[in-house]
Design a binder for this molecule. Structure first.
Ligand SMILES: C[S@@+](CC[C@H](N)C(=O)[O-])C[C@H]1O[C@@H](n2cnc3c(N)ncnc32)[C@H](O)[C@@H]1O
Length: 465
């Protein structure tokens, strides 16, 4: 393993103010492409005009916002809203990936088209990222989910917009099971999440995974005589020569050449008195790190456990490209606190909104696909369904089989009381206001009626009645 010495002296500091920028000192990379607008042109985007669809205008406004509309104009509108601009603590987006594909839900309904490519695609994303930066709080974070199609171009654009020194991680996610490719390439089972922050000072709750017995005993190989506590041995010195206390001899021993003690000799004495130093048979000190003092295994930048729907028992909405809720849970818990405002302007089936809600965060979701809005409302009402159910038969077909009356409209919401519904443990989400961008083509009118109907039905069935 490489043990390079971090250069932190002012002689080596990056112009951007921290270690990250130093890698590109003197290398000012920007992408030049056809149709690239100036930032001021983008910031002057005409804002969307929004109209409430639910609850009705005479009813109480709910804080979370779910918006049907073109996200560029909606973001421009949010940028002039003082309660949003500079107050969004976390943004997660999972935009189109320039796949040149059209996506359908599992019930064959058109969901969205991902047909922009090249410079058009990049500028589409850049415009939105510039507005998103305006909305982000000074201690906020943004995660952009992308695949290998455009990831490198998007990285450079994000460096331009957020500053390279605010780049935190390039996360690799295992998205699916291995594929049996017949093409002459390696199987493609990953996509990527680019993590940036607005500044150096950002909300961060380091995620850890629990130790497994095997992993713990591999890493913490020793048991302390007397206490039985498991520990591992690590060096008590670090790379680099120091002239202060940590460069002085300890117990008559100098630090190894080119190194310094990790602690001043006085502290090393205290640690030794507490039994925290292990002495090898030939008299070399090592530091003991105990398993019982570890919160868990710190999460690294390869995420294996968040594949999207990969077997028939996984619960989904049926919307294409919907992401694993546990992935969103990791991101939201790491980069926000309870009560924080979370934004997803490509919200699809509502994964971010659902998870944010259940973790006690406030949220804003935007999508311009009627199918996305419908699937999200169905998810809010009923929760998710086992993926196998979409394959076996639709909700409507099941009702016909069971000789139940079918719904006149979209068949998205179950009419049965929660206790009888197939997802009885689901707690519906209704603490939001649904808006549409104007002019509105009425494409959601049926689903809104059905949504209202669903909740009126639910109120009749409250446990107290
Ligand atoms: C990859 S999907 C997001 C899936 C989502 N993460 C989920 O878990 O379901 C991308 C979404 O972006 C939406 N979208 C694409 N262009 C948009 C635009 N200009 N304004 C608003 N939404 C847009 C599409 O309708 C689609 O639902």
């Amino acid at each position: 393993m490489a043990t390079g010495i971090p250069r932190t002296s002012s002689r080596h500091a990056s112009p951007c103010g921290d270690g990250n920028g130093s890698h590109t000192r003197g290398l000012d990379v920007t992408l030049v492409y056809e149709g690239k607008k100036t930032e001021s042109e983008i910031l002057a985007t005409p804002p969307a005009h929004l109209e409430r669809l639910w609850p009705k205008r005479n009813e109480e406004l709910r804080e979370n916002r779910f918006i049907f509309g073109e996200n560029l104009r909606v973001l421009a509108a949010l940028a002039s809203d003082v309660s949003v601009r500079g107050h969004v603590r976390l943004i997660y987006i999972d935009p189109p990936y320039a796949t040149k594909s059209v996506f359908q839900s599992r019930n064959q309904t058109h969901a969205y088209a991902d047909i922009l490519d090249g410079a058009h695609y990049l500028e589409f994303l850049r415009e939105r990222l510039i507005l998103l930066r305006e909305l982000l709080a000074s201690d906020g974070s943004i995660y952009v989910h992308i695949d290998d199609n455009m990831a490198f171009h998007v990285k450079i654009v994000m460096d331009e917009i957020f500053g390279r020194s605010n780049f935190r991680n390039w996360i690799t996610r295992k998205k699916c099971n291995p594929k049996n490719y017949t093409r002459k390439t390696y199987g493609n089972v990953t996509d990527f999440i680019l993590f940036y922050t607005k500044s150096n000072d950002y909300v961060w709750h380091r995620p850890v995974e629990p130790w497994t017995q095997v992993r713990a005993s591999e890493e913490y190989q020793y048991a302390e005589p007397g206490t039985g506590r498991r520990f591992k041995k690590v060096p008590v010195h670090a790379p680099g020569v120091r002239n202060g206390e940590t460069g002085k001899p300890w117990r008559g021993m100098n630090p190894p050449p080119g190194k310094h003690w990790q602690y001043p000799p006085r502290v090393l004495d205290e640690m030794d008195a507490r039994g925290e130093i292990y002495w090898s048979p030939n008299g070399n000190p090592r530091r003991k790190i105990y398993l019982d003092q570890s919160d868990g295994v710190p999460v690294q930048n390869i995420w294996m456990g968040f594949r999207d729907a990969h077997n028939q028992n996984i619960h989904v909405t049926g919307y294409p490209t919907e992401k694993n809720p546990l992935l969103l849970r990791r991101i939201i818990e790491a980069s926000s606190d309870q009560g924080d405002l979370i934004l997803d302007c490509f919200s699809g089936s509502g994964t971010t909104l659902d998870v944010a809600h259940r973790l006690g965060r406030r949220w804003i979701g935007i999508d311009n696909s009627p199918e996305a809005i419908k699937r999200t409302l169905a998810r809010f009402a009923n929760g998710l369904e086992p993926m196998g159910d979409f394959v076996k038969n639709s909700v409507k077909a099941r009702r016909l089989e069971m000789d139940e009356p079918t719904l006149p409209l979209l068949d998205l919401f179950h009419q049965s009381p929660p206790s009888e519904s197939k997802n009885a443990t689901h707690d519906p989400i209704r603490d939001f206001t649904l808006y549409t961008e104007k002019p509105y083509d009425s494409s959601l009118s049926e689903v809104v009626v059905e949504w209202e109907h669903f909740f009126k039905g639910e109120l009749h069935c409250a446990p107290s009645t």
